[in-house]
Design a protein around this ligand. Sequence first.
Ligand code: ADP
Ligand code: MG
Length: 340
Amino acid sequence: ESQLNPNYNFDNFVEGDSNRLARSAGMAVANKPGGTSFNPLLIYGGVGLGKTHLAHAIGVDIKDKYPDKTVLYISSEKFTQQFIDSVKSNTRNDFIHFYQMIDVLIIDDVQFLSGKAGTQDVFFHIFNHLHQNGKQVILTSDKAPVDMQDIEQRLLSRFKWGLSAELQNPDYETRISILQKKLFRDGVEMPEDIVEYIAKNVKTNVRELEGVIISMIAQASFNRREFTLDLARQIVDKFVKNTKKEVSIDYIQKVVSKYFDMDVATLQSKTRKRHVVQARQLAMYFAKRMTKSSLASIGSQIGQRDHATVLHACKTVDNLTETDKQFRKYVEDLTKKLTF
Ligand code: ADP
Ligand code: MG
């Protein structure tokens, strides 16, 4: 049993700027498992960005091209549990032997190996054996190897041998494509302006995008309602609110100024230097998005500005996010920092 989920494949993994490197590295590995320098291939990124999907897609594709190869997908938790059980039942060697026989080993969410010395040790030996024998290892993690904690150094250095490819938050175009693909798959027609509204407002991850679509379809069919912008608004509001942690305006200013390497006093100052203005506008934008404060109150807390200034800041950030790639990166990075 490979434990692979055929519903997660390359065909339905929408390509975009945010995942291009990881996706093409995955395809290269699938074409020549164990035969590229991407060994291990480590796919990392935040929650709901497609790590598990991509990991399965690689395995599914390999099984297609090389039916004789043994491919195994396993979560780190399950791997750990199996190891613990094997120790209890005195079958540790069988456990190791089983894993050393696999041609393509896919381990999901290796951050869960943190602090588990015994499991890390056994994985180290399995990894070495597979690697020396030209077998392919594919790993996923919520962090890059440099940021992983409580993982043994010798294992971390193995993780860095191949390629670490990041899955980033999907940009607007990719979000639109993902929504269209899901709707098409479900045979649902949704007006374009509603799709755009969802893509504009649900920015953090793909799982949330899917969640909104599922709720929309359920609501519309259950209550025999049309897809309206109003329904989209209600559902998006719920999603965006439920998933965001309440943050204070103080906290937002701290995070934004730290990100731009300035202090809060500079961010609040009257200076018109471009990078300071941008930082200030971003702080206002996030305060509007993530707190219940009024425009006036946000303005007074961020350097004594009035509500019109805050409104202007929010519009500027919205515009720049759609037109300026570098700026979009700021918004994405800061969203991550503020929401997770
Ligand atoms: P992660 O493992 O990073 O938390 P998942 O792989 O579980 O994320 O992805 C969350 C959901 O989003 C899944 O249903 C997955 O199919 C979907 N998804 C993620 N990225 C894409 C993509 N590029 N195209 C289509 N669906 C995607
Ligand atoms: Mg996952």
